[in-house]
Structures are given as structure tokens and as C-alpha cells.
Design a protein around this ligand. Structure first.
Ligand SMILES: Cc1cc2nc3c(=O)[nH]c(=O)nc-3n(C[C@H](O)[C@H](O)[C@H](O)COP(=O)(O)OP(=O)(O)OC[C@H]3O[C@@H](n4cnc5c(N)ncnc54)[C@H](O)[C@@H]3O)c2cc1C
Ligand SMILES: NC(=O)c1ccc[n+]([C@@H]2O[C@H](COP(=O)([O-])OP(=O)(O)OC[C@H]3O[C@@H](n4cnc5c(N)ncnc54)[C@H](O)[C@@H]3O)[C@@H](O)[C@H]2O)c1
Length: 460
């Protein structure tokens, strides 16, 4: 059995752990499917490249709002798809070849599973297998789409985010099960490409975990774009490939050519024989880690969606930095903080958030102040003819400490960054509003206005 100093399972965010400071070690990276992982191949990046294209299409369609005549036409799906994936597939190959060319790294293609403490078997798709051992192991095997029983049991075809972005043609009628991140973003993409979209969501609103104002207003805004079936459970899928019928719990039905399942993701921990390694998991399947990203097994770290309470790429990246440091500096361990993680949904309008929602503030007690501002009340909002965008900030009335911030509107993921900085660095609302200049007439004025709208106790 070959013995390495370090083995990384999963070449998504796990790949970021190893830099040249590991060149004195014998390192192995095991990847079963695609170098770059979900983000590059089927997640953040392709979905945002497609979302941006959808936004361009909407801008062209809405050009009349700005008294601009734009020609007829539409989204050339295959050209868009090929542009996106030509680039990303090339990046994946570049990443893999780069690793294979490094002297201190061995790349294994295949699925790893533990056979004992820090020993692994790697099984290739051609049936070959190989046993290896390591002084240290990083588990970065991510997650996969959850497929609920009515879909799995139907025997009928369905798509997930792993496959749907690479389709040859957009479906005429697309049904999406779930009304969270993936549904919200990809509904927009396929609607722009000409699909008529039905969304089946078990809760009463789309994007339910967002701040209540965001979730409510977003749901109302897209009601005219999609056939929304909210508060509904899927009972059955029947029909035939290309002509599906979804039966919901109230007996209503939805017809679709194609079903996209987007009801969340599950960690890949169940495929790793973690018991053999002594690696413990939570009830939901996530690997248990401490703040230093150490698992319950000596010498085994974990990072990313397989363990994270916040399954987002910027979090996985931060965890990879922490693991990289801790592998090299066992006597000076650093920790990872999962509080105040910002997030964004790349819909139209875009959405961004950090910290507590208003409903979470209310649950904590009555003591919070709310400041709001509309894009429509800023000069750049006039330029954009915006009627729906807003910013909401939540703060402690006495100290002005920011508790949370929420934006819905153009460039929300970029506009929220000053609020993310303030939350992370402990800058209070009055200081953030008053100390820096805010460029006029930039959209950031909506953030400044929301801060100024807070009813805070006067400073002594
Ligand atoms: C459609 C979509 C859009 C998203 N958009 C965003 C976004 O805009 N912003 C954001 O922050 N996050 C986004 N995310 C979430 C983000 O993609 C993930 O949080 C992130 O990619 C997790 O990284 P990871 O390294 O933990 O897992 P992954 O990137 O999934 O990497 C795990 C790797 O391990 C490999 N693997 C699994 N099991 C084994 C095994 N047994 N042996 C060997 N290899 C194995 C897999 O093939 C994979 O390559 C999105 C996700 C999806 C699905
Ligand atoms: N912009 C981003 O950062 C981004 C984009 C896409 C995905 N992601 C990541 O990928 C993860 C997975 O995305 P997702 O959209 O699959 O999950 P999600 O958790 O965002 O949303 C799942 C939705 O499906 C609903 N649901 C669950 N079971 C259902 C059922 N049986 N019938 C109908 N509805 C049901 C839930 O109520 C929820 O609204 C996200 O949690 C996020 O971590 C992030």
C-alpha cells in the first residue's frame, strides 16, 4: 500500500488546500468526477454565467422603458451553453493537468472510501481499485442533490443542477420542484430561454429563509412570470419522458416536458465508509468538525459542504484556508467563524443578505431598530426607473450595532459589501453612515439612506 503524507478527498474546494508550501510533502488528491467540483462544473459559476445572460435578455426586452428601440430575437440557448461550458470545461482540464504536472502531487481518479483509520480504497469506474494510506486526510467530498421519493420512485427521468444547465434545448414547459436558491436562479435562466416555468414549493413563499420582506416581495414580483404552486407537496409523477404530469397534495396537476429537482442537497458522507475511519457525523449526515475543522478522528480534517453549516462556496474557501494552515501549524491552530456569513441570490432582482433577518430579530426580543430605503428614492434608482428595489438594515437601538442587512435590487450582492464589512468589523450604523463619503449619485446611496433611516438612541 502506498503511503502519502496527505490525502485530499475531493478536488472542489479541497483542491485549494494544497499550495506550494506543501511541496516538501507527498500529497495525493482523489477526485471521482470533476476537477473544480460543483462550483466550477455545475454550480456557482455556470449558473451565474447563465443568469447574467438572462439579465441581458431582460434588459433588451425592457429597453422600451428607457426609450431605446431594441430588435426582436431571443436567447440562442445552444450558443450560450457552449460559450459557458467551453470555458468552464477548459478550466477544469487546466486545473487537473496543472495538478498532474506537480512533482509532489499524485492525482487519483476514482471514488475514495475509508477502509480504516487514515487508510483508503480508491475505486475507479473501470473496476480497478487501489489502497493507500496517509498521515493526514482532508475530507472535502461535498454533497449532491436530494431526490425526494415521489420523483425517485416514479422511474421517470428528471434533471438536477448537475445536468440541467448542459441540456441541448430549453424545455417548452419546465417544472421545478423546490423554491429555494437553485429554483429562483434557474427559473429565470430558462424563462429567458423561452421555457414556461411552474414552481412547486412546499412553503407559502419562495426563498423562505430570507428576510420576510425580501421573501414576500420576491414571491409577489415573480408571480406574474411563473406558475407558482406554493404550500404544495408533490405526491406523484407520472406520464412519460417528455410529457410528465405532477400531481400535488390538493389533487391539482401540472404538466411539464421536463422536471428539475431542486429541494436541497445532502452531504456525500454516506458514501465514504466514515465509521471505518472513526469520523462521526451529525444526524443530517454532515461530518462533525470543531472550529479548527478537525473531525473526531485523529489526523482527519473536513471542509465544505460535507461538514459546513453554511453550504456556500466562500465559506468552503475560508474553511480550506483554515485547514491548510492547521495542517502546517499544529501548534498554532486557527479557527473558522460561521456567523455573519453573507449570501446572495442572483435572480432578477438580485438579493443579498448578511446577519439576522427581521423575523430572527423579533424572536430574540423587542429591542431592534429597522431602517429602510428604496432604490426609487435615490438618483441612480431614477436613472434605472427602479420601482421595487430596497435596502433594510437592522440594528441595536442603543449601540447602533448592526444585526443584519438585506437588499433586493440591481447589484445587491455588490452593494451589501460595506454592510458586510461593518458587521464583521463591528462598525456601528451611525459611524458607517457618517464617517465615510458615499459617492453621489451611486446606488450605494440606498445603503446610506437605510442607515440614516434607523431610529437610534441619541449619542451621548
Ligand atoms: C446550482 C448551484 C449554484 C450554486 N451557486 C452558488 C453561489 O452562487 N455562491 C455560493 O457561494 N455557493 C453556490 N453554490 C454552492 C457551492 O457550489 C458549494 O457550496 C461549493 O461548491 C462546495 O464546495 P465543496 O468543495 O464542499 O464541494 P464540491 O465542490 O461539490 O466538491 C466535492 C468534490 O468531491 C468529489 N467527490 C465526492 N465524493 C468523492 C469520493 N468519495 N472520492 C473522490 N472524490 C469525491 C466530487 O466529485 C466533487 O468534485 C451553488 C451550488 C449549486 C448546486
Ligand atoms: N446563489 C447561491 O449562493 C446559491 C445558488 C444555488 C445554490 N446554492 C446552494 O445550493 C444549495 C441547494 O439549493 P436548493 O435550491 O436545492 O436548496 P434550498 O435549500 O435553497 O431550497 C430548497 C427548497 O425546496 C423546498 N422543498 C424541500 N422539499 C420539498 C418538496 N418535497 N416539495 C417542494 N418543495 C420542497 C424547501 O422548502 C426550499 O424552499 C443551497 O442551499 C445553497 O447552499 C447557493
Amino acid at each position: 500500500m502506498r503511503h502519502h503524507d496527505l490525502v485530499v478527498i475531493g478536488a472542489g474546494s479541497g483542491n485549494a488546500v494544497v499550495d506550494d508550501s506543501f511541496a516538501d510533502l507527498d500529497v495525493a488528491i482523489v477526485e471521482e468526477r470533476w476537477f473544480g467540483g460543483t462550483c466550477l462544473n455545475a454550480g456557482c459559476i455556470p449558473s451565474k454565467m447563465l443568469a447574467h445572460t438572462a439579465q441581458v435578455a431582460r434588459t433588451v426586452r425592457d429597453a422600451g422603458t428607457y426609450d431605446v428601440d431594441a430588435g426582436p430575437g431571443g436567447v440562442r440557448w445552444r450558443a450560450v451553453r457552449d460559450r459557458v461550458f467551453r470555458r468552464l470545461d477548459a478550466e477544469r482540464e487546466k486545473g487537473r493537468r496543472g495538478r498532474e504536472g506537480q512533482d509532489f502531487i499524485t492525482v487519483y481518479e476514482g471514488r475514495a472510501r475509508f477502509t480504516g483509520p487514515r487508510t483508503l480504497r480508491i475505486e475507479r469506474s473501470d473496476g480497478g481499485a487501489r489502497d493507500i494510506g496517509a498521515a493526514q486526510v482532508v475530507v472535502a467530498a461535498g454533497g449532491r442533490p436530494l431526490i425526494p421519493p415521489p420523483v425517485a420512485d416514479s422511474g421517470l427521468p428528471y434533471e438536477t443542477s448537475d445536468t440541467v444547465m448542459r441540456l441541448d434545448d430549453p424545455p417548452r414547459r419546465l417544472a421545478i420542484l423546490g423554491g429555494g436558491y437553485i429554483a429562483a436562479e434557474l427559473a429565470e435562466v430558462f424563462a429567458a430561454a423561452g421555457s414556461s416555468v411552474t414552481v412547486v414549493e412546499k412553503e407559502r413563499r419562495l426563498l423562505g429563509p430570507q428576510d420576510e420582506t425580501v421573501s414576500e416581495r420576491f414571491t409577489e414580483l415573480v408571480r406574474s412570470r411563473y406558475d407558482l404552486r406554493l404550500g404544495r407537496e408533490l405526491m406523484r409523477v407520472d406520464g412519460r419522458p417528455g410529457a410528465l404530469r405532477l400531481t400535488l397534495d390538493d389533487g391539482s396537476t401540472a404538466e411539464a416536458d421536463l422536471l428539475l429537482v431542486a429541494v436541497g442537497r445532502v452531504p456525500n458522507s454516506d458514501r465514504l465508509d466514515l465509521e471505518a475511519a472513526g469520523v462521526a457525523t451529525h444526524d443530517d449526515g454532515r461530518v462533525i468538525v470543531d472550529r479548527c475543522q478537525r473531525t473526531s478522528a485523529e489526523g482527519v480534517f473536513a471542509l465544505g459542504d460535507i461538514c459546513s453549516p453554511v453550504p456556500l462556496k466562500h465559506v468552503a474557501n475560508r474553511e480550506a484556508e483554515v485547514v491548510a494552515h492547521n495542517l502546517r501549524h499544529p501548534d498554532e491552530l486557527v479557527t473558522c467563524d460561521h456567523e455573519r456569513v453573507p449570501a446572495a441570490v442572483f435572480t432578477q432582482p438580485q438579493i443579498a443578505s448578511v446577519g439576522l433577518t427581521e423575523q430572527e430579530c423579533r424572536d430574540r426580543g423587542p429591542d431592534y431598530a429597522v431602517g429602510t430605503a428604496a432604490y426609487a428614492d435615490t438618483a441612480y434608482g431614477w436613472a434605472m426607473e427602479d420601482t421595487t428595489g430596497f435596502c433594510k438594515v437592522l440594528a441595536e437601538p442603543d449601540s447602533g450595532r448592526l444585526l443584519g442587512a438585506h437588499l433586493m435590487g440591481a447589484q445587491a450582492p455588490a452593494l451589501i459589501q460595506p454592510l458586510v464589512l461593518a458587521v464583521a468589523l463591528g462598525i456601528d450604523a451611525a459611524t458607517l453612515a457618517g464617517a465615510p463619503y458615499w459617492i453621489h449619485p451611486a446606488l450605494t446611496e440606498v445603503v446610506e439612506n437605510a442607515l440614516l433611516d434607523l431610529d437610534l438612541a441619541p449619542r451621548r
